[in-house]
Design a protein around this ligand. Structure first.
Ligand code: UDP
Length: 234
């Protein structure tokens, strides 16, 4: 096993599957299976899930809603996804804890770093909901920050593309994939991996990121075994 403790970042959009909004139960089950596979290998798993399938702060302004209010709506959207994922994981026999960046005491625990680490040590999957609890941030920044706080060894960014490319592979057929790339090169070439806040946090704290296709069965467990999947940024 290459990693002992990981932070998995899933986008909210990925949860939609083939739908145009909300949560696809088939995709949810698929993710639960993938996560179960690595949990059974003995790895400690922390998860951050986005909210883009339900609401994003930037959408707010288009609807005449205040940006900050919109960001809080986005954070609550991540919590809805986190609750769905928690339920799917538990139905598949895993032990979980949901910790929120915003206090919602009847639903989940508030984020307390020491407690999060304790849960991980006890083998519970910890899902961090409601982002970091502050507007103007993203769930990518949440993933970087929480990974550093709980001393995860890597951020695994599960997306629908299988890595970082020289150009957008959906627009440029000559685009090629990097297996490894340095933080510096990503920055220099202006490649999109995460937003700059999230990316800089990882760079400054020497926390590697692996961008990989979460929708391909077995990818997650291959990464844990040390196989070269997706793109490693270090
Ligand atoms: N958000 C926020 N602070 C945080 C995390 C999230 O304000 O710490 C809001 C922000 O408006 C964002 C939304 O929650 O657009 C949903 O998260 P994100 O866009 O990162 O979800 P994803 O793109 O991963 O689905």
């Amino acid at each position: 096993m290459k990693y002992r403790r990981i932070l998995l970042k899933l986008s909210g959009e990925a949860l939609m599957g083939d739908k145009s909004y909300g949560i696809d139960p088939v995709r949810l089950q698929q993710y639960a299976n993938e996560i179960k596979e690595i949990k059974e290998m003995g790895v400690e798993v922390a998860i951050v899930i986005g909210g883009g399938n339900i609401f994003r702060g930037v959408q707010a302004e288009q609807s005449g809603i205040d940006r900050v209010q919109g960001d809080y709506m986005g954070m609550l959207a991540t919590l809805i996804n986190a609750m769905a994922l928690q339920s799917a994981l538990e139905q598949n026999g895993m032990y979980t804890r949901l910790m929120s960046g915003i206090k919602i005491e009847s639903v989940c625990e508030p984020f307390i770093r020491r407690r999060a680490i304790r849960h991980l040590e006890k083998g519970r999957i910890v899902i961090f909901g409601a982002g970091i609890g502050n507007p103007y941030f993203t769930t990518d920044s949440t993933a970087s920050l929480r990974a550093i706080e709980v001393e995860a060894e890597v951020v695994l960014k599960g997306t629908r593309v299988d890595g970082v490319y020289t150009a957008d592979p959906e627009k440029d057929e000559n685009a090629t994939k990097y297996k490894n790339i340095s933080f510096h090169e990503v920055y220099e070439k202006n490649l999109s991996v995460m937003d700059m806040t999230a990316f800089t946090l990882c760079q400054e704290n020497n926390l590697p990121i692996i961008v990989f296709d979460m929708n391909k069965a077995g990818n997650l467990s291959k990464i844990i075994k040390g196989e070269v999947i997706g793109t490693l940024i270090s």
